[in-house]
Design a protein around this ligand. Structure first.
Ligand SMILES: C[S@@+](CC[C@H](N)C(=O)[O-])C[C@H]1O[C@@H](n2cnc3c(N)ncnc32)[C@H](O)[C@@H]1O
Length: 286
């Protein structure tokens, strides 16, 4: 385990489907001892629960979701302006205001006039006030979650936003917005890769909830092949996924170790109707 002091304020500033906070104690057991001497790669960073728990000094983080990655960039470069924007949302927060903000992406012309700070503020505001904190877009890529009616939502968590700002600026953190495969394949020796993809679902009629086109079985296989590619390069990797026969089958190669963990996942159980399903952590063998 790393020895340098961690910042306890550093944690996810968004609620994200598949958030890893409950699994952290289990995940920590499988992080290399010398993580501080390695470059940490997280190609599906989401809200960053594992990143902020480990607080590596050198990291490459990535996600396919452009609006999500924009929030990391704005926190890094414009945290004060973002906090002002969130304070404004907090002051106006009610159901009508929420639906007005939500509607902004219906009008492409209006949306294109928002600057990056306004776009990032909008995403954080909608995420904190929408029903169940679920980021979900419909088939046309529009955010379509109803208002959450929370009494006191944490719209502007200033200490957390400052902690993230400090972390991103005082370490060597590269922020990318693309597909997982290209980013992961950049990992050279002295790297560690943690993959937290959209989880495999047995139910083919299910919508994964992350993006309009989902992450299907072919994508899971492409990810497995990327994992194998890194294994052949001797790069330690860890992957989390749901415990399904399909996942066990595609990772049955002797290069992998499969560890079963049980987890309660509030957001996933709503999104997938799967309730309390076991998860697996998969590592490559040394
Ligand atoms: C399970 S979530 C990550 C959860 C995150 N580790 C956390 O703790 O909050 C999966 C993420 O993968 C992203 N994603 C989906 N397809 C992708 C792709 N092809 N390449 C990169 N990221 C992708 C989604 O936008 C989503 O944020």
């Amino acid at each position: 385990m790393r020895t340098s002091k961690k910042n306890p304020l550093l944690k996810p500033y968004l609620k994200w489907a598949g958030g890893k906070r409950q699994l952290l104690p289990e995940i920590r057991k499988h992080i290399p001892e010398n993580i501080n001497n390695l470059t940490y790669y997280e190609p599906f960073v989401g809200a960053g629960a594992v990143l902020f728990d480990l607080q590596p000094q050198k990291a490459v983080i990535n996600d396919f979701n452009a609006e999500l990655i924009l929030t990391y960039r704005v926190i890094k470069d414009h945290v004060e302006e973002l906090i002002q924007e969130l304070k404004k949302h907090k002051e106006h927060n009610d159901e009508t205001y929420y639906y007005d903000m939500r509607a902004q992406d219906r009008d492409k012309e209006e949306f294109s006039h928002l600057n990056d700070i306004e776009k990032a503020g909008r995403l954080i505001f909608l995420n904190k006030t929408c029903y169940n904190g679920l980021y979900r877009v419909n088939s046309r890529g529009l955010f379509n979650v109803p208002y959450g009616k929370y009494k006191n939502p944490a719209i502007c968590e200033e200490p957390v936003l400052w902690a993230v700002h400090l972390y991103l600026n005082s370490n060597s953190i590269t922020i990318m917005n693309g597909d997982f495969e290209a980013v992961a394949k950049e990992a050279a020796s002295k790297s560690f890769v943690y993959f937290d993809p959209p989880y495999h679902s047995q139910d083919k009629t299910n919508f994964t909830g992350y993006q309009a086109d989902g992450f299907n079985d072919d994508e899971q296989i492409r990810l497995r092949d990327t994992f194998l590619y890194l294994t052949k390069k001797d790069i330690p990797c860890l992957l989390s996924n749901s415990d399904t026969p399909f996942i066990r089958d595609i990772y049955k190669d002797k290069s992998f170790d499969i560890i079963t963990v049980s987890a309660k996942r509030a957001i996933n159980s709503v999104a997938d109707g799967r309730g309390n399903v076991n998860e697996v952590l998969i590592k490559n063998r040394k």
